[in-house]
Every structure is written in C-alpha cells, then in structure tokens.
Design a protein around this ligand. Structure first.
Ligand code: XMP
Length: 449
C-alpha cells in the first residue's frame, strides 16, 4: 500500500552526533533536488533509496529518530516515509503526536516493504515536479568543483587502496587539484597474493597518478598480534591507517586534507548515519578520535557501489578497474578468523589465490560480485599418506550482488568447487577441509567478520 499524505511534521528527537572533529565533505549536490527518506527500520532498508536514484533523483536516508535540524539541513524537496511492515501504526502515531516540525514539503508514506517504482515516479516527478538530473556526469562536475574549493590551492593526501572507490576519488581529486595531490598506497601486510605489485603497477600506469608505496606490514601486524575480536581488528586498522597517513603527510609538505573513498553502504552499515550498526567499517566507525588532518574529504560518501562504477566509467577509468571486485580496507584481517599471524595469512593467501583463479578460469567472475577464501579458526581431523592430520578448514565465499547491501550466494558448479578443494588440500598442508558458504546476505554478511 502506498498512500500520498501531506503533513510535513516529524518529531524533534535526539539523534546520534559523531564525536570526531573532522569535516566530512559529502557528495550531496546542493544543485539537485534532494529527497529525504525517513527509515523506520524497514527490512529492505535501501530499496527505496535505490529506486529513487534509479529515477536520476538524489536522495538520502535518515533514521526515524534523526533530529529535525538534521533533516532541515538536507533541504528536502520531498520526504518519503519508509515504514516497512515492522513498525506500523505505533511509530506513525509517535510521529504524528511528537513535537511537530514543519518542513513544508510533500510527504509520501510508504507502508510496504517493496519499493513501488511507479508510485515513486508519480509522486516525485509528476506530483512534486522534481528534476531528474542526478547523473554520473553532473556528479563529476560538482564533485571536482567542490574538491577544488575545499583544497583552496593547498595539497591533499589521497589514500589509495587499488579498489574502484579510491581510484574514482583519485581521478576526481587529480582533476580538481592536479599535482597538488599526493597519493599514498599503504601495504598493511593484509593484502592478497600479488596485490601490492599489481596495484602499484596497474594503477600508477593506467590512471597516470604517481603512487607513494609505504610498506607498513610490521607495524600493523604488531598491533594486531593476539587480537581476535572483529570490531577491535577494524578499530586498530582504522587508527593505524590514519597514523601512517599522518606520517606520510609530514614528509609530503603537510597536506591539510585526507581524501578517502568511503561509500554510502560503509556509512549505513557502520551505523554512522544513525541507523543500526552491522559492522564498524574501518574508515568510518573504525576512525580514531584524534586526527591530525584538518578534514577528511569523502567525495563518494553518498554513492552506492553501482553508482561509483558508473562514475568510474564516466571518468574514463578502464573497466578492469571500474568493475574490480571490492576488497575491504582491513583486508585479510577480516577473513582470517581468530588470531592473525604471518603463517595464517600465508595459508589464506594461497587458498584465496587458488579459488580466485578458478572462478576466473570458469568465467564466473561476471556473476560473482565478490569471491574469496576465509581461513576459519576451526581445525578438524583428516588423513593423508602419513596418517592422521589435524588441520584448518578453509571456507570459500562467492556472492552475486550489485549494491553489496544484499547478496545471493553464487551457485558455483560442483566440479569447479571439487577442483578448488582438491587443489587447496593438495598444495597447502595446513588445510585438510574445504567448505562452501551457501548463505545469502541477509542473514549473513558478505565478509565473515
Ligand atoms: P559486509 O561484510 O558488511 O560487506 O556484507 C559489504 C561490503 O563491504 C566490504 N567491507 C568493508 N570495506 N572496510 C571496507 O573498506 C571495512 O571495514 C569493511 N567491512 C566490509 C565488504 O568487502 C563488502 O564488499
């Protein structure tokens, strides 16, 4: 059921502020009409946002307890209440009776899980007359302008990981400030097999941006020694990244701003937008309190992954980079369940390389948005020619997804899985069992930690 209501009243409730004294630069384009989606905890939380973006209309999601000031600050042209089936009348009653605050804009009340595209189009385009001008090209134009304005002639430090998000940031920032951009690639010792060489080679050459390679493996691994809690791993990595960037800045003419490729799902899943936290992505919830930079610039802060890829292609970034599978900032740390040691990382790297090669060989990388191995902390009894073994279980994960907010496990042919299992157990003596993860997101997440 979708009903059109006009009441323009929302409660003035206390929202979550964040304690960091840093400037977040959003990709929010003031030139575009903004739709604010008030999320009441609908199970399919991002579906409406994606449906609105698909109409080339810009929108942002805020939780139902967002402050009136925060919503007003977004200068909404329209509001959409996304109630889903889990909230219902009680919550709506609270909205209607709490301290009223008029935004003076039309409100669409969506009391259903599904994003009804026709109803949204009718409401936003026909009824509200919003402009459909949220495109990759318009995003690029304004983002470049805003990065240039933020830099104000000064230098900027770019955190490059080799993924599509930081590559897009690099291209935008390079367009904005040219040689004033200092790009840094930090090897934290948690990269995949051959990745550092590939990133430095391919990204430096293909994007024409000089990369400063910092080998920081020892310090990251020393800080992670003995740490098993996934969120603590992320916090340590998030902080250590910042410390390494701060040191790099000292030797590079002290850029005042750090540019990083945070995207919308990182914010949403970290709970930084005020919603429920799933995991504190290292670059959001994992950031330390004290940061020496004047500000952090996040040009992609409001983009979903598929939108980042569209921007990448519009920027002329090669498809091999634009379509690259994501690799999380904390790297293998969140795929090495339990304690992180060099030996365990090496085991994981080998298993992961075997699996990734097999997926590509089988032509499945077009379907699989992300595919990797996980080293579990489970050991079990097996056997080889010498008799009994007691070794690790490796889990394989491959998911089909466009936005990484929801995912479906890939139905990999049995013979491919069998070949991978055979190769892993034949070449890695510390592994005697291989399993395939057949769980969608939700209820699982893509990464195991
Ligand atoms: P989950 O595991 O939450 O992952 O389903 C969704 C997407 O986010 C990536 N991910 C991260 N990326 N820092 C990152 O840069 C993180 O802490 C982090 N945790 C998860 C994950 O690889 C997937 O693409």
């Amino acid at each position: 059921m979708v009903s059109l209501v006009r009441f323009g009243m929302l409660p003035r409730l206390v929202g979550i502020g964040h304690s960091l004294d840093i400037i977040f630069f959003g990709g929010r384009m003031r030139r575009h009409d903004t739709v604010v989606i008030v999320d009441f905890g609908a199970a399919n939380g991002q579906a409406v946002a994606k449906a609105i973006r698909a109409l080339n209309i810009y929108c942002e999601v805020v939780p139902y307890f967002a402050t009136a000031e925060r919503i007003a600050g977004l200068k909404p042209a329209a509001l959409v209440l996304q109630r889903g089936t889990v909230c219902g009348a009680t919550t709506m009653e609270r909205v209607a009776t709490a301290d009223p605050y008029s935004f003076g804009v039309p409100v669409l009340d969506m009391a259903c899980e599904a994003a009804d595209a026709a109803a949204l189009e009718n409401f936003l385009v026909v009824r509200c007359g919003l402009k459909r001008d949220w495109t990759a090209d318009s995003f690029i134009e304004v983002a470049v302008e805003r990065i240039r304005a933020a830099a104000d002639g000064g230098k900027m430090l770019l955190a490059m990981s080799g993924g599509v998000d930081s590559s897009v940031c690099a291209a935008l920032a390079h367009r904005a400030v040219g040689s004033q951009l200092v790009s840094v690639y930090v090897d934290h010792g948690l990269m995949r097999k051959g990745e550092t060489a590939e990133v430095c080679d391919v990204f430096g050459k293909q994007l024409g941006i000089e990369l400063n390679h910092i080998n920081a493996a020892d310090r990251f691994l020393a800080r992670l020694a003995g740490v098993v809690d996934p969120e603590q791993k992320r916090r340590i990595i998030g902080e250590e990244f910042i410390r390494v960037f701060e040191e790099a800045a000292l030797g590079a003419g002290n850029p005042e701003y750090l540019v990083q490729g945070t995207i919308y799902p990182d914010i949403i899943e970290s709970g930084a937008g005020g919603g429920k936290a799933v995991k504190a992505h290292h670059n959001v919830g994992g950031l330390p309190e004290r940061i020496a930079f004047k500000g952090i610039i996040e040009p992609l802060k409001y983009l979903f992954k598929d939108e980042v890829r569209q921007v990448a292609l519009a920027l002329g970034i090669p498809a091999s980079i634009a379509m690259r599978q994501p690799f999380p900032g904390p790297g293998l740390a969140v795929r090495c369940i339990g304690e992180i040691t060099r030996e365990r990382l090496d085991i994981l790297r080998e298993a992961d390389a075997i699996f990734r090669a097999a997926v590509v060989e089988a032509g499945l990388e077009r379907i699989a948005g992300q595919y990797f191995a996980v080293l579990t902390n489970n050991r079990s009894v097996g056997m080889d020619e010498g008799g009994r073994t007691y070794a690790y279980t490796v889990a394989l994960r491959a998911v089909q997804t466009s936005d990484y907010m929801q995912a479906r496990f890939v139905r990999i042919p049995m013979e491919v899985l069998a070949a991978v299992s055979g190769r892993i157990t034949a070449t890695i003596p510390q592994v005697n069992r291989v399993v395939y993860d057949i769980t969608d997101k939700p209820p699982a997440t893509i990464e195991w930690e």
